[in-house]
Design a protein around this ligand. Structure first.
Ligand code: GLU
Length: 280
């Protein structure tokens, strides 16, 4: 009996040791871990936004946010194989940073006062605008045309918030977890329009399976200043990321990332924003 008790205690100790080892063991559990060659950084991105953040069928990642995140990580001392990309859906972003699931978020993440109460932002690194995606033969041309229509957007996004508060309070807004669900609804006809940033919509419209089926309304309904989300109070990281973004613009890597990722969708992006300056 006594022997069994000792064994149980030993087993518990072993489990605790293993758990500590699995956590990296350097006390840094906030999206980055380890030291020297084995260190890793976790970065939140979108998985379903072609041209911005996309998980490819082979498991690799592509898009402007991915390229920006990879550049920033390099400046922070992480090689591409030391980055772990994690999916952060629109409604999960603040919590993912607060919990320390990820160190950074580069996921079409607009800087807003409401979000700034919960997280810090570096940037902005892109200026986009809210727009509508509709079927090619749709007669929706203005935001007010949406009143009484079925509209899809994503929970926790500025796009859904703006529709409810300003653009079309009488629209029948359906909120989903991600934009790909809205896209399916637009294709099946269960919704009349999908609203979010023009940068995201252009990527969808250019996809092979949707070519010629959808169009952007071309309305600049809002200014969406994309920032890199960082845990509230982590000023050191914000400063480092800002320096990295400035360097990325200066050395031409920003322009290259724009061409590589927005070129195929023919998305006419705004010029590089000035770090620290929000366009209201
Ligand atoms: N940029 C907007 C936002 O941060 C819409 C895109 C998104 O949901 O990520 O809410």
């Amino acid at each position: 009996m006594k022997l069994r008790k000792v064994s149980a205690a030993a087993a518990t100790a072993l489990v605790l040791t293993l758990t500590a080892t699995a956590c990296g063991g350097d006390g840094d559990s906030e999206g980055g871990s380890g030291s020297g060659g084995g260190k890793k950084i976790k970065i939140g991105i979108k998985y379903d936004q072609p041209g911005l953040g996309l998980k490819e069928p082979d498991g690799s990642f592509s898009g402007f946010d991915v390229d920006v995140a990879t550049y920033v990580a390099k400046e922070l001392g992480y090689k591409p194989d030391q980055i772990e990309f994690v999916e952060t859906k629109s409604a999960d972003r603040e919590n993912a940073l607060a919990r320390g699931d990820v160190k950074l978020i580069a996921a079409t993440y607009s800087i807003t006062d409401e979000r700034k109460a919960k997280v810090d932002f570096a940037g902005p690194y892109l200026l986009a605008h809210q727009d509508l995606l509709v079927k090619t033969d749709s007669d929706i041309t203005e935001a007010t045309d949406l009143n009484g229509k079925d509209l899809c957007s994503v929970t926790g996004s500025t796009s859904a918030q703006n529709v409810k508060n300003d653009f079309a309070p009488k629209a029948n807004l359906k909120e989903t977890g991600g934009y790909s669900e809205c896209l399916a609804g637009l294709q099946s006809g269960s919704v009349d329009a999908l609203t979010t940033d023009d940068s995201i919509l252009a990527g969808y419209a250019a996809q092979q399976q949707y070519k010629g089926k959808f169009k952007l309304a071309g309305l600049k309904l809002s200014n969406e200043n994309y920032g890199i989300g960082v845990k509230k109070g982590d000023t050191e990281t914000v400063n480092k990321v800002n320096a990295a973004l400035e360097k990325m613009v200066k050395d031409g890597a920003w322009e290259k990332a724009v061409k590589d990722n927005f070129g195929p969708a023919n998305y006419k992006n705004e010029p590089a924003p000035k770090i620290g300056t929000i366009v209201k």
